[in-house]
Design a protein around this ligand. Structure first.
Ligand code: DGT
Ligand code: CA
Ligand code: CA
Ligand code: ZN
Length: 605
């Protein structure tokens, strides 16, 4: 079953009730109450509960065994505590089941599709008998959906596009799952096959796509067969799909497919190029080879006149033979990179080693796991020159957000921790909530005390596009906001992005000198690649941040850098590649002028 169909509206029974799952039940209740036209007050209690559970540091399923313990959490009243207890102990909640029973089946599923709001879903279900995603697709294709009030042909087409994107994502995994598996397999195979000379990731994982269909690994060895045999015998292998002398495909624990191909050193360049993809990039390269009388395959280039094969041990060698500079894997998507390469206009992509600071980090002052002092020490251990402590603002009572008084104490602690850490610069910061109306959780006077203000949407994500756009632009225009955090609030394969006019948002960000965060958490990867590319073309500058809630998260910068590179972002466009003194000079620049802050000189000069 494709991942997106596992929405809680099926039935919570049998589903592993992690915090996200519990949160979803309460969010669904809020949605259904909205459909019934219940009071805003009542709806808010459930929305709030959903947010509390989503951000709870501990496990709801454990905590809710004891109702009294639940009630101690701010935002959880008696009624919700007892419902939560019922849900985690029995796997069901009577109230939710009854409420859901009042509506057509599938209604909640329909509303997970971007641009399908409660009213449209209700109309589709009542007027057209649409009860599932499949019904919805059919109703769009036969034209009936477009005739519903406030829909029309254009919106129907746009919704169909969302559906198609969803279907093509079915059975994919987030790179946050694929990459660690690829690394584990490679390290295990180095151990198991002494004769293997090298192992490399290829395919979509090497290109840092945010999702992967499967994991591709290439190897070099004199005796390929012994390596494929060692591969299929690895302890994590649960099923062998195919095995030959130079290749094998397996399923590993957790369900991912891993493909391995092994060659000799001589052909490795062409092999790596072929299996790194993308398929479209390969097709365009082959067409280019044809034009100059060559034929390209995974063994090398064949001269069509003489029939002679030239092999290449590096990818750069193949590109050179095609009169092209080396094209980095992240941009091999046939989205203009070959033309750019031909004309010497390839971007100088940002690199992980260039990142000097992390400007979005949480501690146990809000919903992080460890004290500020420890996060800062861990950041310093990772070689960062600076870090901003950005705990949540007061509106996120649920995430233990900071009141103005606690923020003042937080600021004090930043100074102490910086002193104690000796060397790393620690910025006073916040991740301030952008409220539903676009105002922020703290006043301008409070924000003015801070070095770094990350403004983020954490609630009201289903607002209409124009409302959401105005809301975010209002935050962008605030003179104290350094950057917008995880702009679209999407979770990779798990939660759709908010609907908004991103073009207008990026234009506003560029003209106001407000940065856009590339949130590196592999769960989010937000902005995503295509948005990064769109934003940079409109002059937007970025921060690549981890949004770390524990020390391990600090290692996730690489996912953000991968996305940034896929979005063609250059070093000079990513402000946290600046050494600390230059970054402070940027912060000292009043906002509108930040837009034109020339980093290039600083970096290269
Ligand atoms: P994925 O696994 O869906 O995330 O995407 P990829 O890009 O990893 O694709 P995959 O695993 O099917 O194949 C790995 C690479 O092998 C792909 O990027 C390009 C190459 N390749 C596979 N099939 C074809 C094909 O039919 N034509 C061409 N030109 N290349 C292919
Ligand atoms: Ca693949
Ligand atoms: Ca594959
Ligand atoms: Zn956030």
């Amino acid at each position: 079953m494709p991942e997106f169909e596992q929405h809680i509206s099926g039935s919570p029974t049998g589903r592993s009730l992690d915090n996200q799952g519990v949160a979803r039940v309460f969010a669904d209740i809020a949605t259904l109450l909205k459909l019934k036209g219940e009071s805003v007050f009542k709806i808010r209690a459930y929305t709030r509960a959903a947010e509390v559970f989503e951000h709870l540091p501990g496990q709801v399923a454990l905590l809710a065994q004891d109702e009294d313990q639940l009630k101690e959490i701010p935002g959880i009243g008696d009624a919700i505590a007892s419902k939560t207890h019922e849900l985690v102990t029995t796997g069901k909640m009577e109230y939710f089941e009854k409420l859901r029973g009042e509506f057509a089946p599938g209604l909640l599923d329909l509303m997970t599709v971007p641009e399908v709001g409660p009213k449209t879903a209700l109309r589709a279900s009542e007027d057209l008998g649409v009860e599932s995603i499949e019904d919805l697709e059919a109703a769009i294709r036969d034209g009936s959906f477009a005739t519903l009030p406030r829909v029309g042909v254009k919106k129907a087409q746009s919704i169909l596009n969302h559906l198609e994107a969803r279907f093509s994502q079915a059975d994919r995994m987030p790179i946050g799952k694929a990459l660690p598996i690829a690394e584990q397999v490679i390290s295990a195979l180095y151990q198991a096959a002494a004769e293997v000379r090298r192992l490399t990731i290829a395919g979509s994982v090497r290109r840092w796509r945010d999702t992967a269909g499967d994991i591709d690994i290439l190897g070099v060895a004199d005796d390929p067969e012994s390596v494929t045999a060692a591969f299929t015998a690895l302890p994590m292998v649960v099923d062998i799909l195919g095995q030959g002398g130079t290749k094998a495909s397996v399923i590993v624990t957790g369900g991912a497919q891993v493909d391995l191909r092994v060659s000799d050193e001589r052909h490795f360049g062409a092999l790596l190029l072929y299996f790194s993809g993308s398929k479209q990039h390969g097709i365009s390269l082959r067409a280019r080879a044809q034009k100059i009388g060559l034929s390209l395959n995974e063994y090398g280039l064949t001269d069509k006149g003489s029939g002679e094969l030239t092999s290449y041990d590096t990818e750069a060698g193949v590109y050179r033979a095609l009169n092209l500079p080396y094209i980095p894997p992240e941009i091999r998507e046939d989205l203009g990179e070959i033309v750019a390469a031909e004309s010497g206009n390839l971007p100088d992509l940002v690199e992980l080693s260039q990142i000097c600071g992390d400007l979005h980090v949480h501690s146990d002052w809000s919903d992080g796991r460890v004290p500020m002092e420890q996060m800062v020490r861990e950041a310093a251990l990772r070689g960062l020159e600076y870090v901003a402590m950005t705990d949540h603002s007061s509106g996120r009572g649920i995430a233990n957000g900071l009141s103005v008084e606690r923020l003042a104490a937080h600021n004090e602690e930043v100074l102490e921790v910086e002193q104690a850490a000796g060397g790393i610069r620690v910025f006073k910061g916040t991740e301030v909530d952008i409220r539903a109306d676009g105002t922020l959780d703290y006043t301008d006077e409070v924000l003015a005390e801070l070095d770094i203000v990350i403004a983020s949407v954490h609630s009201g994500m289903s607002q209409e596009s124009d409302v959401m756009t105005a809301r975010i632009i209002k935050a962008i225009e605030n003179p104290h906001v350094t950057a917008i955090g995880h702009l679209t609030t999407r979770f990779v394969l798990d939660r759709p992005p908010v609907e908004a006019d991103f073009d207008a948002i990026f234009r506003a960000a560029a003209s106001n000198g407000t940065l856009m965060e590339i949130n590196a958490s592999p769960k989010r990867m937000d902005l995503k690649d295509s948005h990064i590319r769109q934003a940079r073309e409109l002059g937007v500058r970025f921060l690549i941040n981890t949004d770390a809630h524990n020390p391990d998260n600090l290692d996730q910068l690489r996912y953000g850098v991968g996305s940034a590179r896929r979005g063609w972002a250059e070093r000079k466009e990513v402000l946290n590649t600046l050494p600390v003194a230059e970054f402070e000079r940027f912060l000292d620049t009043p906002k509108p002028e930040r837009a034109s802050f020339i980093t290039e000189q600083v970096v290269t000069g």
